[in-house]
Design a protein around this ligand. Structure first.
Ligand code: HPA
Length: 272
């Protein structure tokens, strides 16, 4: 495993036009941010040695090296989901490679179903913590040093980055919620009973990604910041049908504010 990570990192390092310390996973809800990136180099996943290939509709599947708000960044346009059939090692492989390339801060975004009754469709939720409800753990198997065998998860999402996001949101007049993101394996959306169960377990939103990447990023010592766009509301008294199209539509509507938030976060980081 480590050999493959090294091999991919070496291959990318030879081609990289910049030296980013920040990486962004452009999930559902942040696709448009790609347009704000001054692109120096885009490499389709299929051309990168050892990289899995993205299959989901609406995900382009490429690694972008460029500048955002004057800062060197590396971005994943499209991610790998467990429900597509990838192993957890494949899902989190890009994060391992990022670490090898010197990334120290990871921004992630996703679409999620709101289980908190105070949430509305289109809300942006800053992820304060997560519940790993996936059936396999991304750190299952031999430990990859120098990360510890039993990593601490008391601050999976950097409190400092959350505080910064809150300041930016207040300054820009962007309404944000805060909450716990629970990751399921998917690909089904939840039954009304499952939404209710997850709400009782402490989740404010449910989705099918992010947690594996954040666990591995933390294992590598990266600071993480995550946002969810609330695309549907489960667990309410009247069950609503959820469709992929509806999720895409709601995510689309939240894009400008999501993009502004992340762009400001990246800019702010440089000014530290
Ligand atoms: N459940 C799980 N994943 C999701 C949802 C949901 O309601 N909405 C968007 N992704």
């Amino acid at each position: 495993m480590y050999e493959k990570i090294r091999e991919t990192a070496d291959w990318l390092r030879k081609r990289m036009p910049n030296s980013p310390k920040t990486a962004v996973v452009l999930g559902t809800g942040l696709g448009h941010l790609a347009e704000h990136i001054e692109k120096l180099l885009c490499i389709p996943y299929r051309e990168i040695p050892n990289f899995p290939v993205s299959t989901v509709e609406g995900h382009a599947g490429q690694l972008i090296f460029g500048r955002l708000a004057g800062t060197d960044i590396m971005a994943m346009e499209g991610r790998f989901h467990f429900y597509e059939g990838y192993t957890m090692q494949q899902v989190t492989f890009p994060v391992r490679v990022m670490n090898e390339l010197g990334i120290t801060t990871l921004f992630v975004s996703n679409a999620a179903g709101g289980t908190n009754p105070a949430f509305r469709i289109g809300d942006i939720m800053i992820i304060t913590d997560h519940i790993n409800f996936m059936p396999e753990h991304p750190l299952h198997g031999p430990n990859i040093p120098p990360g510890p065998r039993f990593p601490d998860m008391s601050e999976a999402y950097s409190k400092q980055l959350i505080a910064r996001a809150d300041n930016i949101a207040a300054a820009k007049g962007i309404k944000v919620q805060h909450g716990v993101y629970l990751a399921t394996q998917g690909p089904t959306f939840e039954t009304p009973a499952e939404y209710k169960m997850f709400a009782r377990l402490g989740a404010d939103a449910v989705g099918m990604s992010t947690v594996p990447e954040v666990i591995v990023a933390r294992h590598c010592g990266m600071d993480c910041f995550g946002v969810s766009v609330i695309t549907d509301l489960g667990g309410m008294d009247v069950p609503e049908k959820v469709t992929h199209e509806e999720v895409q539509r709601a995510a689309e509507a939240a894009q400008p504010n999501m993009a502004m938030l992340i762009e400001e976060m990246v800019k702010n980081k440089m000014e530290e």
